[in-house]
Design a protein around this ligand. Structure first.
Ligand SMILES: NC(=O)c1ccc[n+]([C@@H]2O[C@H](COP(=O)([O-])OP(=O)(O)OC[C@H]3O[C@@H](n4cnc5c(N)ncnc54)[C@H](OP(=O)(O)O)[C@@H]3O)[C@@H](O)[C@H]2O)c1
Length: 267
């Protein structure tokens, strides 16, 4: 077993495949010990053994179904109690089976439990714990559909808007705390997510699908550059600045004593 790493331990949820597994690999390369969380413990252990051998870091696995409240609390307790944890990547998530009108509401409830409820609990636990220590980092995996809910399943898009809003709000509260926060908004990324939901990426334009390691490398570069919102495919960052500026311009008009005159009501 190696010494405790200087970088600390990174807890990565949903690290048995796709984006989470790629984060685990890259973070091990940066010298982080790892706490890998997902349901499929065999896959976690296999990845852990590979990363320990390749990078000389210490890897622990924690089997948890993050759509289950008791399992989320188990992981939350670890976040609060384990002083070695310096980074959490809230990545575990599921995608939609299709359009909202064709989807199964019970499945969407499970999606909200995983994509929203668990992320909320773990991000807040990390924020409170890291803020008290004056250091640490939180990476939340949202999606570009947070910005374009009209073109994708509404519940899924809303879960990702939740992750984006939560991250923006946490960043504001944590501004002077020494804790780094980032929301990553991937576009289409080649992973198992569509297959798991009974679909496939095969009919999609390959020019719109990013390789998973490119996505994670870009996201980590954005993290290093101190970006709060990282959109890996976005070259022209003035577009994001303009969207944020437009939102800011609305600010002074959003809560006033009088209704707007066009409604013809009020004194
Ligand atoms: N791929 C894309 O195009 C894309 C685009 C934007 C955002 N994202 C987001 O990226 C994140 C990762 O997705 P991915 O594309 O890498 O998909 P993926 O390959 O399907 O991986 C999903 C990961 O989440 C874990 N997971 C699923 N349900 C879980 C549960 N109930 N409890 C604990 N872990 C669970 C899975 O592990 P187990 O099955 O072992 O539990 C797996 O490790 C998600 O939040 C997704 O919304 C993906």
């Amino acid at each position: 077993m190696s010494e405790i790493s200087k970088a600390g331990t990174a807890l990565v949820t949903g690290s048995s495949s796709g984006i989470g597994a790629a984060y685990a690999e890259r973070l091990a390369g940066r010298g982080y010990d790892l706490l890998l969380v997902a349901r499929n413990e065999d896959r976690l252990k296999e990845l852990g053994a590979k990363l320990e051998a390749a990078h000389g870091v210490k890897v622990e696995t924690l089997k948890a179904d993050l759509s289950d409240a008791a399992d989320v609390r188990k992981v939350e307790k670890r976040v609060r109690d384990d002083e070695a944890i310096t980074l959490i990547v809230n990545n575990a998530g599921i995608g939609p089976k299709g359009k909202l009108l064709d989807d199964d509401v019970d499945y969407l409830d499970d999606m909200i439990a995983l994509n929203v409820v668990s992320v909320n609990r773990l991000a807040i636990a990390a924020a409170q714990t890291f803020a008290a220590r004056g250091r640490g980092a939180i990476i939340n995996i949202a999606s570009v559909v947070a910005f374009i809910p009209e073109v994708f399943n509404g519940t899924y898009s809303a879960t990702k808007s939740f992750v984006l809003s939560l991250t923006q709000s946490l960043a504001s509260e944590l501004k002077d705390s020494g804790v780094k926060v980032q929301a990553v908004l991937p576009g289409l990324t080649r992973t198992e997510i569509f297959d798991r939901a009974g679909g496939s990426m095969d009919h999609l334009d390959p020019e719109m699908i990013m390789d998973v390691t490119d996505m994670v490398d870009a996201a980590l570069a954005g993290f290093d550059q101190g970006e709060l919102i990282t959109i890996p495919s976005l070259s022209d960052t003035t577009l994001l600045d303009a969207a944020n500026a437009a939102r800011g311009a609305l600010g002074p008009h959003l809560s006033l004593r009088k209704p707007a005159s066009r409604y013809g009501v009020g004194a």
